[in-house]
Design a protein around this ligand. Structure first.
Ligand code: G6Q
Length: 574
């Protein structure tokens, strides 16, 4: 098989498939039937439009789905689209280690990293499970030594601070998960994350830390990423300037990478390197050694529970029928709103402060995976693909951008994610959190009619002129869709299941849109461009090899930094 061939590519453009056309027709027939009406006409709606798997419960009844006989049931028609798009075939190919990322000629086997069964997973005729288990065992030994204080800094003191240096997939996952599971964190260890090449990030993170009790994890799949290597070099200088010697580096710097040669060239002993493999995509790598900060924080047993949660969702995804499949259902709803109801963005609203980095993590997972405009075979797509994903924790968002959700001109489907039980029970806090979450989904759906507003204002004693002037502003169209996802509480297992749920959702969307969710040429471009422009920025003479704007900005920056003094070219004004 050549890198551009993939037996799983769809044979007919998705929008030409009868299943797609049936949905176009169904959407037309549905007209502007409101959510409120759907609930009024169908008392069984909540019971029918819900799913549960791996400890997560999904209420998807507040969506524009008509329930009816075959051919007139939105969910069933969407499921038919999934079937016609070969979702099951591609899913099985992914789990089996086939090349599902043909533009990079790779398998995509994050599911093998959390394969807790006895099943082997073959890549190029070799079972990858023994190597996965070996690295996991090494991670366990190492993290237990650090956590117990057996692994010390150069002067014999236990490690107190761990600084993960990485970016993108080598940062967002571990950072999000360490934050999400903060209540289970080791008491002595403080975790820090440095990603931005902006020196302020490193300086801020290192402020107040003692080099003698600080451990750095340099996390980079390729070990060539400019930001990460720059931060790692500066961290090493900080360590040496703070009393450490070259010979002490082994105790204070470990690496997570697939590139042993570059790790060694950097000066980290490969005995202190934890490996993974090219079939683990950056944004899917939290389950690999990239998860080391999480293991250090919550312990190896906790990390294994996290893997168990991911695996439980995998088992559900690969075995549940499409109609009862949680990731498939989330993906189909996304396709429904993106392609048939023309929504352009999707809100993630975790009502859980510990999940405050989850929207940022999902932004990468979703937008780097499905921000694509060619099909698997390279032909341009003529339908919309991945929506813009954004969000912030509730209830904070309610006091900010929720205005646009309720009364703006965009309809934005939303996922409300909430634990039923708090990890920090405190007075009435959790009841209030739950009440706000549920109330928002209700208000978004039912809205408030102008007549209701008039009645309310009249009851409050307002005069007619005031009522007529204000009523339009106080009217809510409603009919805004949402999903509500609950877990008993977001512990390691539930977090694992939640992440795997969204990974598979993104994968199913990609199957339907017939795009490759596992490459990221747009991100690669950024890495190349920065290197070229970086060389120009220290050229010491005016630059004219780019467009006028870029030349002007480069020259202006050089001048401001005293690198072009006295030079009088036209870009001085730039
Ligand atoms: C993830 C992306 C990207 C990557 C970073 C860091 O899927 O490819 O976010 O993770 O660019 O790359 P390294 O781990 O190689 O430093």
């Amino acid at each position: 098989m050549t890198p551009t061939q993939d037996t799983t590519v769809q044979d007919t453009p998705v929008q030409d498939k009868p299943a797609w056309q049936a949905l176009v027709e169904h959407r037309r027939a549905m007209g502007d039937t409101s959510l409120k009406r759907l609930f009024e006409d169908d008392p069984g709606r909540f019971d029918a439009l819900q799913l549960e798997a791996a400890g997560l419960f999904l209420d998807f009844s507040k969506n524009h789905l008509v329930r009816g006989p075959a051919g007139d049931d939105t969910h069933a028609l969407l499921v038919e689209l999934a079937r016609a798009s070969g979702v099951e075939r591609r899913r099985d190919a992914m789990f089996a280690g086939e090349i599902v990322n043909p533009t990079e000629g790779r398998a995509s086997l994050h599911t093998a990293l959390r394969n807790r069964s006895e099943r082997s997973v073959m890549v190029d005729g070799q079972d990858v499970m023994p190597d996965i288990r070996t690295v996991l065992a090494r991670l366990r030994t190492f993290s237990e030594r650090v956590r117990s204080g057996d692994w010390t800094g150069h002067d014999g003191q236990a490690i107190t601070d761990v600084v993960n240096i990485g970016i993108g997939g080598s940062d967002l996952g571990p950072l999000m998960a360490v934050e999400a599971l903060a209540p289970f964190a080791h008491e002595r260890l403080s975790m820090h994350f440095v990603s931005n090449v902006d020196g302020s990030h490193l300086v801020k993170a290192l402020k107040g830390l003692d080099p003698a009790t600080t451990l750095f994890i340099v996390a980079s799949k390729t070990f060539t990423t400019q930001e990460t290597l720059t931060n790692a070099h500066s961290a090493r200088e900080w360590f040496l300037a703070g009393g450490g010697a070259e010979a002490d580096i082994a105790q204070h710097f470990v690496a997570v990478s697939t590139n042993a040669q570059a790790v060694s060239a950097f000066g980290i002993d490969t005995d202190n390197m934890f490996g993974f493999w090219d079939w683990v995509g950056g944004r899917y790598s939290l389950w690999s050694a990239i998860g080391l900060p999480l293991m250090l924080s919550i312990g190896a047993d906790g990390f294994e529970r996290f893997l168990d949660g991911g695996h439980a969702m995998d088992e559900h995804f690969r075995s549940a029928p499409l109609a009862g499949n949680l990731p498939v259902t989330l993906a189909l709803l996304s396709v429904w709103y993106t392609n048939f109801r023309h929504c352009r963005s999707h809100l993630i609203a975790p009502y859980d402060q510990y999940l405050h980095r989850f929207p940022a993590y999902l932004q990468q997972l979703t937008m780097e995976s499905n921000g694509k405009s060619v099909h698997m075979d390279g032909t341009p797509v003529t339908i919309s693909t991945g929506p813009i994903v954004w969000g912030e924790p509730g209830t904070n968002g309610q006091h900010a951008y929720f205005q646009l959700l309720h009364q703006g001109t965009h309809v934005i489907p939303a996922d409300f994610i909430v634990p039923l039980e708090s990890l920090n029970p405190l007075g009435e806090h959790h009841e209030l959190l739950l009440a706000n979450c549920f109330a928002q989904t209700e208000a978004l759906m039912v809205g408030k009619s102008t007549d209701e507003v008039r009645r309310e204002m009249r009851a409050a004693g307002k005069d007619d002129a005031t009522i007529e002037a204000l009523a339009p502003h106080r009217t809510f169209a409603g009919d805004r869709p949402s999903n509500t996802l609950t877990a008993q509480r977001f512990d390691a297992f539930a977090l694992g299941a939640l992440i795997a749920l969204y990974e598979h959702k993104v994968f199913v969307e990609a199957c339907i849109w017939d795009i490759n969710p596992f490459d990221q040429w747009g991100v690669e471009l950024g890495k190349q461009l920065a290197s070229a422009v970086h060389a120009d920025l220290s050229a010491g003479h005016t630059v004219d090899s780019h467009d006028a704007s870029t030349n002007g900005l480069l020259n202006r920056a050089m001048r401001a930094r005293g690198l072009l003094a006295g030079d009088a070219d036209s870009s001085q004004q730039g």
